[in-house]
Design a binder for this molecule. Structure first.
Ligand code: FE
Ligand code: FE
Ligand code: ZN
Length: 275
């Protein structure tokens, strides 16, 4: 199985790959740039080459980059919208050059303008960003529906995808904590949730899973990650998710509140739950 977690690339890509190996991971996620600031890391192709050697020798799965949280592609404010587009485009171009297969981002917050406005705004931005010549697939992350978040229903995701010209380069990153909080019953009705996903978006769009338990109740619309087995999703539902026929071959990335040691233990636990 492809299982890993979010790792820092502050000390470079090769070091991140070594850290992944140390904790028994064979995939990982990293921020496309410093999550709080806006400075991007310069291209270090030598470092990337060294990382790629490690990935190849150890049969890693696809790496996933995550856009900074600060960007809002649904904003009605020109300066915020412009900055968000600039950051996403710059990072998308760099990740393409580096050959990173997946790049996920939070669709955006409409801040009172309504979901429909937000959806159009996000799609317009993506139409400026995606030229159609890229290889990296951009993933819309399923959201909890906190505040004015766009993308907490499968219908909203579908609406964004439909408005993007080169949507062959769009996919979905499903966050288990988020969709549980959004009101999709992955604990008791995973089959029905995936069926709905397939009918609304198409299961082929699903490329990555953020595997997290949730501190908040089902349908709470609140985004608080819990350690695996310590939240309202629970270990039985997590076991079902990682073994489920339509999901089991996808890469799983933990974003649980852990240091490396905790991630190592969770990865071991999850490998033990594979059937
Ligand atoms: Fe995220
Ligand atoms: Fe996530
Ligand atoms: Zn979250």
């Amino acid at each position: 199985m492809y299982i890993g977690c979010h790792l820092s690339i502050a000390k470079g890509y090769e070091n991140a790959a070594k850290a992944a190996l140390d904790i028994g991971a064979n995939v990982f996620q990293f921020f496309s740039r410093n999550p709080r600031g806006s400075s991007s890391k310069e291209l270090d192709l030598e470092d990337i080459d060294k990382m790629n050697t490690i990935l190849k020798e150890n049969e890693f799965g696809p790496l996933l980059a995550h856009a900074p949280y600060i960007i809002n592609l649904a904003s009605y404010k020109g300066n915020i919208y412009g900055m968000a587009k600039g950051i996403l485009k710059e990072d998308y171009e760099r990740l393409n050059k580096l050959g990173i297969p997946y790049f996920t981002f939070h669709p955006g917050n409409h801040v009172g303008k309504g979901a429909e406005y937000g959806i159009q705004r996000i799609a317009d931005a993506l139409n400026e960003i995606i030229t159609g010549n890229e290889n990296t697939i951009l993933l819309l992350e399923t959201m909890a529906g906190q505040g004015t978040e766009v993308g907490h229903t499968f219908e909203e995701m579908r609406a964004i995808i439909d408005k993007v010209k080169h949507n062959e380069l769009l996919g979905i990153c499903l966050d288990t904590c988020h969709i549980h909080a959004a009101g999709y019953n992955i604990v008791e009705e995973l089959d029905m949730v995936l069926d709905e996903f397939d009918k609304t978006i198409g299961i082929d769009r699903l490329k990555a899973i953020h595997l997290n338990d949730s501190m908040m109740e089902y349908g709470s619309k609140k985004d608080r990650h819990a350690k695996i087995g310590e939240g309202t999703i629970g270990i039985d539902a997590i076991k079902n998710i990682i073994n489920y026929p339509q999901l089991r071959d996808l890469p799983f990335y933990l974003e649980t509140p852990n240091e490396l040691k905790g991630y190592k233990e969770e990865i071991e636990l999850l490998k033990g739950l594979r059937s």
